[in-house]
Design a protein around this ligand. Structure first.
Ligand SMILES: C[S@@+](CC[C@H](N)C(=O)[O-])C[C@H]1O[C@@H](n2cnc3c(N)ncnc32)[C@H](O)[C@@H]1O
Length: 311
């Protein structure tokens, strides 16, 4: 016996089709649970936005971190009437459940371990098999490896040599290839274009004169106003995206969401907010080695994921 629950949010699918889509997902996952016997309870979250569908799962109470599974609307339509399409959907779900379950990462000395922001970034980063993906500031390669596991061709850059080595090691550990390159921002990918450029960049405002050269500072410090790297990532994105390609990055709300959207728009990309999450500030205080955050309230901060789509 399996127990499958699904929370779904739709934006463009007509009300009449929504129930049918939910039913086909639940039935397919239920069938998988009975056939594979590897989980008993599946709690699924499905979102459709502008005809793009993403699914995340919690199996037997364990949240699966990772890149959400991309599902096509056509796939869900066909799976209602065609056994072949239903089998394909089941295979995609089977691989997704296996993929998110089997990741293993090593955190070498000198490279920042994944924080709440890294997990938020990975949870909302959607890639499709075959996508050419660039991650700027890959750290130990969490997002880069998950994207490669989802079938993307990934280039991951970082300015810290130990991070580049860690990305390569973590890719090998997980049986995928990631093209890890050392260098600043877009310098390692001059003249190259991608379907997705993504980054969870350093963005803590750093008091003047307090900047440092070490790996911890590289991971956190965003220059005097927090925008030092982000501005360059946004400005350089159009020259590194294919037509309809996407720039995706995380941002703290205290840097200014309207400002972020305006900067994306000014770069010629269509901006939108993909996701937001409230994070406890205790975590940020642990990162805030230069005491840039004001003391006392607030106890939480909002982290957002912003997308800019090339027109
Ligand atoms: C907040 S950490 C994020 C790491 C990883 N992507 C994650 O989400 O866990 C930011 C990363 O950007 C790297 N970085 C800092 N400045 C950079 C630059 N100018 N170009 C490329 N990477 C940079 C840091 O070394 C660090 O690994």
């Amino acid at each position: 016996m399996s127990e499958v629950t699904l929370t779904a949010a739709f934006s463009t699918v007509p009300a009449g089709d929504q129930e049918a889509f939910k039913r086909v997902i639940v039935e397919t996952v239920d069938q998988l649970a009975r056939e594979e016997g590897s989980f008993k309870r599946a709690k699924l979250v499905f979102t459709e936005s502008d005809e793009r569908c993403a699914l995340t799962a919690e199996l037997d109470g364990v949240k699966r971190e990772g890149v959400p599974l991309q599902i096509e609307i056509d796939q869900l339509e066909d799976a209602q009437s065609s056994a072949g399409a239903r089998a394909q959907l089941k295979e995609a779900l089977r691989l997704y459940f296996r993929r998110v379950r089997d990741c293993l990462f090593r955190v070498p000395d000198g490279v920042q371990p994944p924080k709440a922001g890294s997990r938020f970034f990975c949870r909302h980063l959607s890639v499709r098999p075959g996508d050419r993906v660039l991650e700027i500031g890959a750290g130990l390669g969490l997002a880069a490896v998950l994207a490669a596991k989802a079938g993307a061709a990934v280039v991951a850059t970082d300015v810290v040599p130990g991070a580049v080595t860690a990305v390569r090691a973590n890719a090998a550990l997980n049986g995928v290839e990631v093209d890890a390159r050392l260098g600043d921002c877009y310098a390692p990918v001059t003249g190259e274009r991608f379907d997705l450029v993504c980054s969870n960049p350093p963005q803590m405002p750093t008091p003047p004169g307090a900047d440092r050269e070490d790996a911890q500072a590289a991971a956190d410090n965003g220059g005097p106003d927090g925008w030092a790297l982000l501005d360059r990532i946004i400005a350089g994105a159009p020259a590194h995206l294919v037509s309809r390609g996407r720039l995706v990055f995380t941002i703290f709300d205290f840097l200014g969401i309207k400002t972020a959207l305006a900067k994306v728009e000014a770069a010629g990309l269509a901006p939108s907010v993909l996701a937001r999450e409230t994070q406890r500030i205790a975590h940020l205080r642990a990162m805030d080695q230069e005491a840039a955050l004001p003391s006392g309230r607030p106890a939480t901060v909002e982290r957002l994921m912003i997308e800019g789509r090339a027109r």
